[in-house]
Ligand binder design. Structure first.
Ligand SMILES: [Zn+2]
Length: 388
């Protein structure tokens, strides 16, 4: 009697078993027809072309639609006080996992701690904690130890002078950061702009290149350094876009896919003629526009060389870097830079297998035909739950 009761209670609490049937499944950029995915307790229980629906399962007919693993943005920022909304917006756009690269406070760490559950319906987040800034190697080591004590997923530093407008972290300082982070078994993501800084950071043991090289074209030495340890290269093309796009009113403001989630107050501010004029005159707008042209050339070179590329945007860091929408814009721009849709999808997802959390997107139209079809979202599931 008691066993039966416990059994019934467990059944009542559990998520419905769900079978997504007969989709074209695009995993790791490769399409397979007539695939069904069985979801149980938030996880992928089976993937195959002949799965029978278990009794009581909810069946989702996905015939004629395209099923993909949720998108991963490898470089974003959540902002204190806005974390919950940001993670919901990312989820609605099908960005089911985000890596926040610095500045996260306690709430972001709490969100990370609470996501290993079958009831999740917002994006998963990984965090860096405070970005390390320091004047001396000793100060750097002390700060890394402090951040490491909070158990982040990585350590983040900036090696950049912001187009000559601010001092750059000294090599002896970032070497100390990397050494100390590695003692704590933490990878180090480096914000760079210049090719020489990227190479020097790689020689010092950096683990992630968090932005495009933007001052000149990457060379064989850079490619060899990246390949040696299979280092991720995160283009963040939309970061540059945000530095000059609001010189006028950008076309994407008219896109319903943008309008659905954008904050109207932010949009109104960005349409203000005085603000637009100020941006047009800014040396940052000019500098980063040039930077973007170089970044696109470098992305194509990096892809042709077989580097490990991971889609990332730096979205969320400022209100004008629209989380979720910028991830789609980033993918479309990656294609404009010369990448095939299959490559873009491979760099923007992680291969899905049995046992993984069921973080999935169902699209109406094939993104392999046209990468802009990433916007034809039918359903997003996180841990098998429909994102509201
Ligand atoms: Zn960033």
């Amino acid at each position: 009697m008691r066993v039966l009761f416990l059994l019934l209670a467990a059944t009542a609490l559990a998520q419905p078993v769900r079978l997504i049937q007969n989709a074209t499944f695009i995993n790791d950029g490769k399409a397979t027809a007539n695939v069904s995915v069985l979801v149980r307790d938030g996880k992928i229980a089976a993937i195959g072309n002949n799965i029978k629906a278990p009794r009581g399962a909810e069946v989702v007919d996905a015939k004629g639609k395209f099923l993909l693993p949720g998108f991963v943005s490898a470089h974003v920022h959540v902002v204190e006080g806005k974390e919950a909304r940001q993670l919901q917006v990312y989820a609605r756009y099908g960005i089911t996992t985000v890596w926040s690269f610095g500045g996260e406070k306690k709430a972001a760490f709490d969100f990370r701690a609470a996501q290993d559950t079958a009831s999740l319906d917002r994006s998963r987040i990984y965090v860096a904690g405070d970005v390390i800034t320091a004047q001396t190697p000793d100060e750097a080591r002390a700060k890394v130890a402090q951040v490491a004590a909070l158990k982040p997923d990585l350590i983040k530093i900036r090696v950049d002078d912001n187009l000559g407008s601010s001092p750059k972290m000294k090599p002896e300082v970032y070497k100390a950061v990397i050494e100390e982070a590695h003692k704590h078994k933490l990878p180090v993501a480096v914000h760079i702009f210049y090719l020489e800084d990227a190479k020097d950071a790689l020689r010092a043991g950096a683990d992630i290149i968090a932005h495009s090289v933007r001052d000149r074209e990457i060379d064989d030495e850079f490619i060899a350094l990246m390949k040696q340890r299979n280092i991720p290269y995160i283009p963040t093309l939309t970061r540059e876009v945000s530095a000059f796009a609001y010189e006028t009113t950008p076309d994407f403001f008219a896109d319903p896919f943008f309008q659905k989630q954008a904050d109207p107050a932010v949009v109104a501010q960005l349409k203000d003629p005085a603000k637009q004029e100020a941006m047009a005159k800014s040396m940052f707008a000019r500098g980063y526009k040039r930077g973007l042209a170089t970044a696109k050339i470098n992305l194509k070179k990096a892809a042709d060389a077989g580097l490990r590329i991971e889609m990332g945007t730096d979205s969320g860091a400022a209100p004008n870097r629209f989380e979720g929408y910028f991830e789609h814009l980033e993918m479309w721009m990656m294609a404009e830079a010369g990448l095939a849709p299959a490559q873009v999808l491979r760099y923007s997802t992680r291969p899905l297998k049995t046992g993984d959390w069921a973080d999935l997107i169902l699209l109406h139209s094939n993104p392999l035909d046209d990468i802009r079809n990433t916007k034809t979202i039918n359903t997003v599931w996180i841990a098998g739950n429909r994102v509201p």
